[in-house]
Design a protein around this ligand. Sequence first.
Ligand SMILES: Cc1ncc(COP(=O)(O)O)c(C=O)c1O
Length: 369
Amino acid sequence: MSFGIDDLPVRDELRGKSPYGAPQLDVPVRLNTNENPYPLPEPLVERIAERVREAARQLNRYPDRDAVELRTELAAYLTKTAGHPVAVENVWAANGSNEVIQQLLQTFGGPGRTAIGFEPSYSMHGLIARGTGTGWISGPRNEDFTIDLAAAEKAIAEHRPDVVFVTTPNNPTGNAVPPETVLALYEAAQAAKPSMVVVDEAYVEFSHGDSLLPLLDGRPNLVISRTMSKAFGAAGLRLGYLAAHPAVVDAVQLVRLPYHLSAITQATALAALEHTDTLLGYVEQLKAERDRLVAELRALGYEVTESDANFVQFGRFEDSHATWRKILDRGVLVRDNGVPGWLRVTAGTPEENDAFLDAVRELKKEQSS
Ligand SMILES: Cc1ncc(COP(=O)(O)O)c(C=O)c1O
């Protein structure tokens, strides 16, 4: 047997665990990681090159540790799109919203503390909790993947978690959480502890509804987490951010690494924010494609969870992994999230979605013949 992880003196809670691992397979149609299928437009690519060239001239210096220009532009974007005033003091940015979540758990979770999420949901919340030594509590959902409010309130009262995660629209199921439910969970979390409530809005730009940003007013223990990986089509950039009370932004300074956001990242994100209108135009196309996927899958007889995101959960399958493999054999990679009976497909370009729909149509034919 070769020397492996378990032969090293790793922390006990990491023993026998697997890292996050969406397969990165080389297939013609990849619809498995909720990326935006559209490459950045050429004028933006040029603008990034310009901004990065400028930044490169000063790479002998550390970057702006507080990313003030970038946070100012992110605040302006939020103010414009959510119709709610957000100032630079309310915003913090990091390398992807995964790092934002990690910083939040380092600040408000940690050894001897716990966090709760309502599963199935974004698996990294639990994995980052583990990585920061925070105990993880898996809260319940209804059969239709909505949050079972009574059960969630009961779990919060019983476990008194330090951090409550609410993902809306939820990944992998796609459905949004009504604002009244988020408010009720916030009240329950305050009554129990008080604790921080982190609303993960990674997919909110694709939603039929609005951002929950206005709920920040008068709720200092509420945090909204966002990303440029999805709507901005910039997953490779690694830029996530949060909006919250300025005290939350001050608190995460206690755990962030100095100069965590490189000058190159800041320059690239600023260039992308200059092209917000064009990028949000792609979002409209993707929303229409998402709605087409929902309609066509239903017409084929599949069950589909309501989607407010850039992906669709569909089923049901006796053996979802076997179905995942059959779709892959037809050159289309979707996601098997381990939700029994269900698979998830990301909305791609119209051609990619056609290839996916052809594949599942063939499966239906195969079944009925
Ligand atoms: C709900 C949710 N939150 C956060 C993320 C992480 O995004 P980022 O690329 O900003 O780290 C994802 C990525 O898939 C996600 O689905």
